[in-house]
Design a protein around this ligand. Sequence first.
Ligand code: GDP
Ligand code: MG
Length: 451
Amino acid sequence: MPSRPDTIVAPATAAGAAALAVVRISGPDAARLDRELFPAPASPRTARHADFHDRDGRLVDDVVATFHPGPRSYSGEDLLEISCHGSPFIVQKILEDLLARGCRAAGPGEFTQRAFLNGRLDLSQAEAVMDLIHARSERALVAAQQQLRGALGRTMNQLTDRLLGVLARVEAYIDFPDEDLPTEDRSALQTALEAIWRDTDRLLATQHYGEMLRHGIKTVIVGAPNAGKSSLLNRLVGRERAIVSPEPGTTRDFIEEQIVIGPHSLRLIDTAGLNPAPGTIEKLGIEKSLERVAEADLILLVIEAGQPVPAFPRSLLERLVPGRCVVIVNKVDQAPPPSEIVFANNLPVVQASALTGLGFDQMVAQVTALADAFQVPDLEDSIAINARHADALVRAKTGLRDALAKLAGAAPSELLASDLRGTLDAYGDIVGKVDNERMLDQLFATFCIGK
Ligand SMILES: Nc1nc2c(ncn2[C@@H]2O[C@H](COP(=O)(O)OP(=O)(O)O)[C@@H](O)[C@H]2O)c(=O)[nH]1
Ligand SMILES: [Mg+2]
């Protein structure tokens, strides 16, 4: 940010016709613009109804304007919000007029970037703003809300404080190079560092769940040809997305749909049937299906009631582990389910009909239970970190491991302290105690305009 920031403007609402649209202005000129545009005196943070006239005095729209003086505003600066009728044409006119009055068009995420730079949010909270906007499921929403309320920041502060305690004890010996760390101190420090390492590792383990919340749980539907895989997808999606046909082998390409099941969002993938005696093209499809299975978070294995359980390839059977797979016995509307499913030891089995919807409530319950189990237990506030946080935590763990090795090898305290400082920096990256401008620019560039 320049030493004296400029005043930025952007629509805060999505493009297109709507009941309302909001235009946001943030920066040192916001107060002047507020007075200029809406001369009637008004109290801060109070909505008032007024006419918006452009610089030539022409009426643009009647609007509701709210002025939020800094630092108690979203961005931490003076901020003016103009709520107008949701016509793209009106929004355009208002934007053009504000640009002519000296504002600059805001880049992606610039309001939030200013909020961060002004100390209104830490970096993990700024990221949570985006997670919140893009949340596609109940669980994703809860995790984003927790992060926005500072759950991850608090956890990082606790870890940082604990590590600072260790560092202080190590540094106490740096000034006395002749004195070695006494054995009892050494073992106390080791215990403390190991505990910090474990908690860092536990936090890192939430990355997979975080990935699922942000991008959907990768769920692959597999089974023999004609088992009803495409019918299952269609019923879960709620429309005829995949071709359903009594002729086996109709699904050659992968069909992927984002759906919400219970409190979770799934990336549901339909695959080619696992025909035990495939033709050449089919073979290719089967290979690809098995690749999808290997990448899947969850597997929905569809078998057909009234038919013997097919001989599935070993590479599939190996993947059918509890916690990852639900067996769906489909078409129970037309035939009794098989009396035993040999390979399905400990796997949840649901009897269902993609035709009638029978058993789908149970299927949803099973999928929800498996998906919830991906959450790392005993962590407060349903923390689910993102890839950037994970990168920092991996660095933090490396520093802690190196420090532990030095402690065991009776290395000089200085070297030990340097590893611990590396870990502190890595912790700091998560909440944004960084002066890495390029990283910040890159991060906020992924935001939307007006946020
Ligand atoms: N009776 C009955 N027929 C079904 C059911 N699910 C699918 N089918 C039929 O089974 C055939 C194959 O379905 P499809 O979804 O294309 O199977 P896929 O090859 O596994 O994708 C179609 O004729 C479907 O209408 C079901 O639950 N009950
Ligand atoms: Mg199909």
